[in-house]
Design a protein around this ligand. Structure first.
Ligand code: NAI
Ligand SMILES: N[C@@H](CC=O)C(=O)O
Ligand code: NA
Length: 439
């Protein structure tokens, strides 16, 4: 290697929070091995954050400070901007656009921005010969973007699914193991640095949906279509649901699933994020705490399981720096495996036509005839009940819980039954439907 080839890859890091500080620490602690693997030094030229004076436990004295991160895209001493600020639009998107338009590399952990603008950014990267990488954006430290883009690239994949949000998994497994309170556990996840700046993105399933939309594009060679993801979060899951699931041989996990079905009009894609019942012998069942796991089914590889820490400073920094090593090695290949022009626009498949078994929990008034009303609606909508797993246990002040598991059947029938019951004064709360994840 010539002296010229060994010129450093010079970074500007925007955002010095959980992930940004983690990246600086990793580059410092693993400097020698990172340099050896990158084939040249990776150095930091400039940094930016909201508060210059804050102690982040890392030494920033050797780096230029940018009051306005927008200037990073214009600096002559910067080859790659590392965006660790967050937010899908506004100044973050402007920085990403300007960086790639200037022909500089962009490494980001920002799934919201990639889910909303990934196609545009990848196109700008291609036009300008710039590298765009976002390993940290999907399942934190797990090398699943690389795994799909490189390791599994010889396969057709028609289903990808997994546990994509560390905060939700942390909350659900804490509720499962200790019966902990939802709010208290969320506060822990925030303290530990897993949660998004607005934790509603986590618990309402939006963060997992961002990641799923990226995974689907990578897996299926499809254009990202975040808008068509059907999303339900974990806000309405109660300790009683987790206990019922347990008694039936299941755990509750927030699962993102994307698949492709063939139709005469071409391929259609279905992307859904929702709390599901997962059989205790399923590989996703033991995934606990902030751990994530992604399953991809390749037509030659068979089932691939990627598992590891989905959030937190160290794991996320590990993914960011792996991307930087790629760029330092000169790998600026297509961000989504193939040029954006070749990514296929896939219309949304009809989720109502899919078949599933479901867990349905009703909260009902404690009076005679309620159960008959529910089962009549099920019968009229063509939903076959496999088991009525509980009746009569009080759940706080708001009613009595009635939970059931259906036989396999069209999702639209379950929706029709719930529709028939809408407005009934027998129900004291909206029913909760959780599909049973097929293995
Ligand atoms: N925390 C985690 O475990 C993971 C986070 N991510 C993503 O990484 C990104 C960063 O997340 P965190 O480090 O957790 O966030 P954070 O809230 O801890 O840090 C954000 C940083 O950005 C800075 N910032 C905000 N606005 C700015 C502006 N206009 N100019 C310059 N700096 C600005 C803040 O001062 C702070 O230093 C987000 O996109 C997040 O979704 C991805 C994977 C895991
Ligand atoms: N808030 C996210 C962080 C990583 O992407 C999560 O909880 O998974
Ligand atoms: Na990752």
């Amino acid at each position: 290697m010539t002296g010229l080839d060994r010129k450093p890859l010079r970074l500007a890091i925007a955002g010095l929070g959980t992930v940004g500080a983690g990246v600086i620490r990793l580059l410092e602690e693993n400097r020698a091995l990172v340099e050896a693997r990158a084939g040249r030094p990776i150095t930091i030229a400039a940094v930016s954050a909201r508060d210059r004076t804050k102690d982040r436990g890392v030494d920033l004295s050797g780096f230029a400070w940018c009051d306005d991160m927008a200037e990073m895209a214009k600096r002559d001493d910067v080859d790659v901007v590392v965006e660790l600020v967050g937010g899908s639009d506004g100044p973050t998107l402007a920085l990403a656009r300007d960086t790639l338009a200037a022909g500089k590399g962009l490494v980001t952990a920002n799934k919201a921005m990639i889910a909303h603008h990934g196609m545009e950014l990848a196109g700008t990267a291609e036009t300008n010969g710039a590298g765009l990488r976002f390993e940290a954006a999907v399942a934190g430290g797990i090398p699943v973007v690389k795994g799909l883009r490189e390791g599994a690239s010889a396969n057709a994949i028609d289903r990808v699914y997994g546990i994509l949000n560390g905060t939700c998994n942390y909350i659900l497994t804490a509720m499962e193991s200790s019966g902990a309170d939802f709010g208290e556990t969320l506060a822990d996840a925030q303290r530990l640095g897993f949660a998004e700046a607005d934790p509603a993105f986590d618990i309402d399933g939006v963060d997992a949906a961002h990641k799923l939309a990226i995974l689907a594009a990578l897996s299926f060679g499809a254009q990202i279509d975040f808008e068509s993801v059907e999303i339900d979060g974990i806000r309405r899951v109660r300790a009683a649901d987790i206990a019922q699931a347990d008694a039936l041989g299941y755990v509750v996990r927030l699962i993102g699933v994307a698949d492709v079905e063939q139709s005469t009009a071409g391929p259609r894609m279905l992307q859904r994020v929702r709390p599901c019942l997962v059989a205790k012998d399923h590989p996703l069942a033991p995934i606990d705490g902030p751990t994530n796991a992604v399953v991809a089914e390749g037509n030659f590889s068979g089932r691939l399981l990627f598992q590891g820490a989905g959030a937190g400073d160290g794991p996320t920094a590990s993914a960011v720096v792996a991307d930087l090593i790629d760029l330092a090695r000169g790998d600026a290949g297509a961000a989504f495996s193939v040029p954006t022009q070749q990514l296929v626009a896939m219309p949304k498949a009809d989720s109502g036509a899919r078949e599933s078994r479901s867990y349905i929990r009703f909260t009902v008034a404690d009076r005679p005839g309620v159960l008959a009303e529910i089962t009549a609606a099920m019968r009229d909508a063509g939903v076959s009940i496999q088991s009525l797993i509980q009746e009569g246990e009080a759940d706080g002040a708001d009613g009595v819980l009635v939970a059931m598991v259906t036989h396999q059947g069209p999702v639209r029938n379950v929706r029709a039954a719930i529709e028939m019951l809408a407005g009934s004064d027998s129900l004291t709360d909206d029913p909760l439907i959780m599909p049973i994840l097929r293995s």
